[in-house]
Design a protein around this ligand. Structure first.
Ligand SMILES: [Fe+2]
Ligand SMILES: [Fe+2]
Length: 245
């Protein structure tokens, strides 16, 4: 806990910075072992790489701190939350978080966590997923789900959305009708459509107050980017397209 406090002192906006997180993991044999296991098991892509895990860890610690959640469990949950990465196109996709939870439940007791802690982490991992649609019942679960949803928003959300769209052969946007005024939204084909089908609708779904505030801030940045895109294309973003806050 001491390291967290030291870390937050030299962090940006009160978030544990990356160096503090790494010092925290390095100083804890069990967390080091969790990270090694995750590195050995996780199939990474541009949107689901180690950096994603560390950012989610920092926000999970931050959002869970006010609820008195042990930061070790917050970091363990974040490191393990995407350990089984099922591609978005696979029919097994909604089961990814369940499969990751199974790994957490089996693994953590072998690395020095109690069965109760392993259960708490596994529950949070299981419920974090958007496609599963669960509302987590624990403070750790709420913090992890919010931290992961923040990653879909803001500048990071834009990079991750475009990376995933390109990976599955999609275009950035529909050239003639980028805002889908005369067609149905199709986020399998157009990354910008995903802003409207999902991403800009996320902020009210966050469960912690600090998470919701940050989500709204990040969504505003995305809308500003879309407005700029509209200017550049000569097809202004219609206000009606922007979901209410
Ligand atoms: Fe996930
Ligand atoms: Fe994630």
């Amino acid at each position: 806990m001491k390291i967290i406090q030291a870390g937050s002192a030299d962090s940006v906006g009160g978030v544990m910075d990356d160096a503090a997180l790494h010092a925290f993991i390095d100083g804890d044999a069990a967390l080091r072992a969790v990270l090694a296991e995750v590195r050995a098991r996780m199939e990474q892509d541009a949107a689901h790489d180690e950096a994603h895990l560390f950012r989610v860890a920092r926000w999970t610690v931050r959002l869970a701190a006010s609820e008195g959640v042990d930061p070790r469990l917050a970091v363990a949950a974040a490191l393990l939350h995407d350990v089984v990465n099922v591609p978005k196109t696979s029919p097994d996709r909604p089961r990814a978080s369940e499969l990751s939870a199974d790994v957490a439940r089996a693994l953590l007791p072998t690395l020095g966590f109690s069965a109760a802690d392993a259960d708490e982490v596994a529950g949070a991992v299981r419920d974090h997923s958007f496609s599963r649609g669960a509302v987590p019942r624990t403070p750790l679960g709420r913090a992890l789900q919010d931290a992961d949803r923040l990653e879909a928003l803001g500048a990071l959300g834009v990079f991750r959305c475009i990376a995933t769209g390109v990976r599955f052969g999609g275009a950035f946007f529909h050239e003639a009708d980028p805002w889908a005024m005369d067609r149905a939204l199709d986020d399998g084909r157009y990354s910008v459509d995903h802003f409207f089908t999902k991403l800009l609708r996320l902020p009210p779904t966050l469960l912690t107050e600090a998470g919701r505030a940050e989500a709204a801030r990040r969504a505003d940045a995305m809308v500003a980017l879309l407005r700029q895109l509209g200017d550049e294309l000569g097809i202004p973003l219609p206000e009606a397209r922007i979901p209410p806050p």
